[in-house]
Ligand binder design. Structure first.
Ligand SMILES: [Zn+2]
Ligand SMILES: [Zn+2]
Ligand SMILES: [Zn+2]
Length: 156
């Protein structure tokens, strides 16, 4: 359990308010998808979501519309997409008051749990500058670090 885990209903209520203040609408289906993500400890693919949706809500959604709804959640920082695995997870900071920073993900290759951590602004800035010097154009600042979590590799 991390400090940022909250009750799902409370998180959904915050997400709904967040969307309203930006003039967006968390429709029932979008909300259901967010609930599925919040209830799943590991990141999952759009196809996993189609299956969960069918089991939980008795509705068969086309993968394309699931992708569109996931994109909505990602755009509104309610969910994140892991580019290295093409999977989705709920943001850990939906119910937080602080500003959302550039997310960094620690991905355990053993149990597939993902921790969302925040890097200091200065560090992100430094990373961006050193990349810029090479002439490389950064499409995303999101970092996805693969390894083994403390549960799978207890401290010696
Ligand atoms: Zn986040
Ligand atoms: Zn937070
Ligand atoms: Zn692990």
């Amino acid at each position: 359990m991390t400090a940022h885990e909250h009750d799902i209903d409370a998180v959904i209520a915050t997400a709904r308010t967040d969307c309203m203040t930006t003039g967006q609408r968390l429709t029932e289906k979008r909300e259901n998808i967010l609930r599925i993500l919040l209830a799943t400890p590991q990141p999952i693919s759009a196809y996993d979501i189609v299956e969960h949706y069918r089991n939980d809500y008795g509705d068969s959604l086309p993968a394309m519309s699931v992708y569109r709804m996931l994109q909505f959640l990602v755009d509104n920082k309610l969910a994140h997409k892991l580019a290295t695995t093409n999977q989705f997870l709920a943001c850990s900071h939906i119910a937080c008051d602080h500003e959302h920073s550039v997310p960094q993900f620690l991905i355990c290759d053993e149990c597939h749990r993902v921790q969302e951590v925040s890097l200091r602004k200065e560090l992100v800035e430094e990373l961006r500058n050193s990349v810029r010097k090479t002439g490389f154009r950064l499409a995303s600042q999101q970092l996805e670090l693969h390894g083994t979590c403390d549960r799978c590799e207890p401290a010696k």
